[in-house]
Design a protein around this ligand. Structure first.
Ligand code: 8YV
Length: 313
């Protein structure tokens, strides 16, 4: 397989990069001095693209690679891949579901605890030597809070299961009611937000779910409500979120993702009721290795004409 050209879009994981380099003819897109020129000259040797949550394969890239057979994403989210174009051209697509579910769900619970119990603020309090001046202020209890989940897929369900252990009543919104769940269904996100104290975004990003958390939803969640986003930044109207937090119309937020990563609105930096993470939902050694092995396994399966491990298209 050493002669098969694989174009990796960004430096997602050192182990993945090393293994791709060993097994294929690897081109690192981010290191190309003149990417357009390179693609023109090498378009016939690239048969695979490896992307992730930050860079995938858009229509232009797909059009410029006539020998492209497969796009394998080092992510469960597929929003950086033009799936319709891939379908149209018969290009296979794979992602990395399941292996990251637990980490992302763990992080969602971590964010809930961090926001309500002010864990990051507590840590700063101790480091700044403020404890000597007096005890930290009282915070808000997490156990028993009602949790509303947008998207009851693999990750949403894993979050629900964890929140249940904290005696949280669970409700959810999804395009249609799930027949096999005991959780309460709301047919609109506004209704869900009006009926929960912690709202979690856990659905895939599609044109329909862009800004699914808008001003109305934020207002429905209200000054005591907390928003947790472990999905994608564009799920939330960030300008509305920032003004709601600055004006005290929303109780707090735990955010792992942002609209224009790695840019984070600076108005959030001074708010103690907000916890900001640099998109680390799946970021453990164990999970990233599993994700890398899935990318490698899918590519090898494809080029050996075997069934793909996690096919999307
Ligand atoms: C990664 C992700 O952070 O799976 C997803 O959709 O957002 C992530 O797991 C990313 O792809 C890391 O390179």
């Amino acid at each position: 397989m050493e002669s098969i050209g694989v174009l990796m879009m960004c430096p997602a994981n050192p182990y993945l990069e090393e293994e791709l380099d060993k097994r294929f003819k690897l081109f690192r897109y981010w290191k190309l001095p003149q990417p357009q020129q390179f693609i023109k000259e090498n378009s016939n040797s690239i048969k695979a693209v490896v992307g992730n949550a930050f860079a995938g394969a858009d229509a232009d890239l797909i059009e410029s690679l006539p020998k492209l057979e497969i796009v394998s994403s080092f992510s469960v989210g597929l929003d950086k891949i033009d799936l319709n174009k891939c379908r149209e051209k018969g290009i296979r697509v794979t992602n990395t579901p399941d292996v990251l579910t637990e980490d992302v769900a763990d992080l969602a619970i971590g964010l809930m605890l961090a926001v309500l119990r002010r864990l990051c603020e507590c840590d700063r309090y101790v480091r700044k030597g403020l404890w000597k001046n007096g005890d930290f202020k009282l915070t808000t209890k997490f156990t028993g809070k009602s949790v509303g989940i947008i998207g009851l897929g693999r990750i949403g369900t894993a979050i629900a299961k964890r929140a249940e252990a904290f005696d949280c009543p669970i409700s959810y919104y999804s395009r249609s009611e799930k027949p096999d769940t005991k959780y309460k269904y709301y047919p609109s996100v506004v209704e869900l937000a009006s009926n929960c104290q912690v709202l979690v975004v856990a659905c895939p990003l599609t044109p329909e779910t862009r800004h699914i958390v808008n001003r109305k939803v934020i207002d429905a969640l209200g000054p005591k409500g907390v928003l947790i986003n472990i999905g994608r930044g564009p799920h939330v109207d960030e300008a509305e979120l920032v003004s709601a937090l600055v004006e005290g119309r929303l109780g707090g937020a735990g955010l792992d993702v942002f609209e224009k990563e790695p840019e984070v609105p600076e108005q959030l930096f001074d708010l103690e009721n907000v916890v900001l993470l640099p998109h680390v939902g799946s970021g453990t050694m164990e999970t990233r290795t599993d994700m890398a092995n899935l990318v490698l396994g899918n590519l090898e399966a494809h080029f050996l004409s075997k069934p793909l491990l996690t096919p999307v298209v």
